[in-house]
Design a binder for this molecule. Structure first.
Ligand code: SF4
Length: 380
């Protein structure tokens, strides 16, 4: 079989489920001797990564004799990645940038696209090779892409809150290139957002602006023209309060420059933090009071080492004082532009799992379908 494209599973859920279940069962509190481990109610694999890992297992079963590649790490978890390697799945690009790259792929190979997707150019290159594609791009990432597509099609610059080198943000930014004249600018944090705001207000220096942000812009980005109409999106794992703050700062800058009445023609924003990320940020905030008390009473308190998205979640807790209030958080609002009940529905993600062989947890899938992420549309 060559040139096939899978976006759904292979009907092996029954077979694969128990293995994953073994990974998923875990208590939220674990006492070992005089040491107590407290776990947030939501943590670990999000529904998108869980699904991607499932598909990787299923792909191995479905294509036992094929060479199977992942375009990159399916999750920044060394135990999971090692397990996938042990299953014979290879990485086209390792986390350090090494790897054979797309050029190694042959028509008879299978390539798994991770939950955060690949760039438009990479997808085209893979399609051109005629290989079997197992696309696990998460519905919540597709939702961001949909918004960015709309921005580009209507002449708005996509300003993306994220890390410009992150795979998901690279993929999101690449979407703008599908429309003639499409462009993007990635801002990492509030400080960079303020540089953009200053320029919008006419206070910036063009050379300094480009010197700082050129690596995070589309080619030929002209801040004098391309900051006149702006649409906001974000990498789905960013700190949601920061994303909302950036949106608001840029909205105010555009209002200062062009007037409130002109904003509908100049500013668009969609909160595209995914529900799994939001659930984890909410859960860690709920745990913050407990851990603050623990820190006060236990000199042995240590946070676990974790990847960047988890660090952002932990940062959410650090922004919250022991009083349980977050002094930096903007007012709460719906994270979905439509405000529909479906869009507002968020639910249980499951606790995480350490390496598949040691612990497990509950499922992380939303209990109700989210209109934005189309989870149920894409099957499981
Ligand atoms: S968008 Fe959310 S649920 Fe989907 S893969 Fe990313 S973090 Fe996970």
């Amino acid at each position: 079989m060559t040139g096939a494209y899978f976006q759904r599973g292979f009907g092996l859920k029954e077979e694969v489920g128990p293995r994953l279940q073994a990974v998923k069962e875990s208590d939220y509190s674990l006492r070992l001797g005089d040491l107590t481990f407290l776990l947030a109610r939501e943590f670990g694999f999000c529904y998108g990564v869980e699904r991607a890992v499932e598909y990787a297992y299923e792909a191995r079963n479905r294509f036992p004799d094929r060479l199977i590649y992942l375009t990159g790490e399916i999750i920044h978890n060394p135990h999971v990645n090692q397990r996938l390697r042990e299953m014979g799945i290879r990485f086209l690009r390792e986390s350090d940038g090494d790897g054979p790259g797309l050029a190694a792929v042959r028509a008879e190979d299978v390539v798994i696209i991770p939950a955060f997707g690949v760039t438009v150019q990479e997808m085209q290159s893979l399609r051109d090779r005629g290989c079997v594609l197992v696309d696990t791009t998460c519905g919540s990432v597709l939702n961001v892409w949909k918004n960015v597509d709309r921005f580009s099609a209507s002449g708005f610059t996509a300003v993306i809150h994220g890390k410009y080198a992150h795979e998901e943000t690279r993929a999101t930014a690449s979407r703008t290139m599908r429309s003639p004249g499409g462009r993007y600018l990635v801002v990492r944090n509030l400080e960079e957002a303020d540089v953009v705001c200053g320029y919008i207000r006419g206070q910036g220096d063009r050379t300094a602006f480009l010197a700082r942000l050129a690596p995070a812009c589309s080619e030929g980005f002209d801040p004098d023209r391309h900051l006149e109409r702006v649409g906001l999106a974000n990498q789905t794992t960013m700190l949601s309060s920061e994303s909302l703050d950036i949106q608001e700062r840029i909205r105010r800058a555009l209002a200062d420059r062009y007037g409130e009445e002109d904003l509908p023609q100049r500013f668009r924003a969609f909160d595209t933090i995914c529900s799994a990320t939001q659930d984890r940020q909410d859960a860690i905030l709920a745990l913050a009071a407990t851990t603050a008390a623990t820190r006060r009473t236990s000199p042995r308190w240590r946070p676990a080492r974790s990847p960047a998205s988890t660090s952002r979640t932990r940062r959410a807790s650090s922004l919250r004082g022991a009083s349980g209030t977050d002094p930096t958080a903007p007012p709460k609002r719906s994270r979905h532009p439509t405000g529909s009940p479906e869009a507002r529905s968020r639910s249980g993600s499951r606790p995480a799992r350490p390496p598949p062989t040691t612990r497990s947890a509950r499922s992380s899938r939303p209990s109700r379908p989210c209109g934005a992420c189309r989870w149920t549309d894409r099957g499981s």
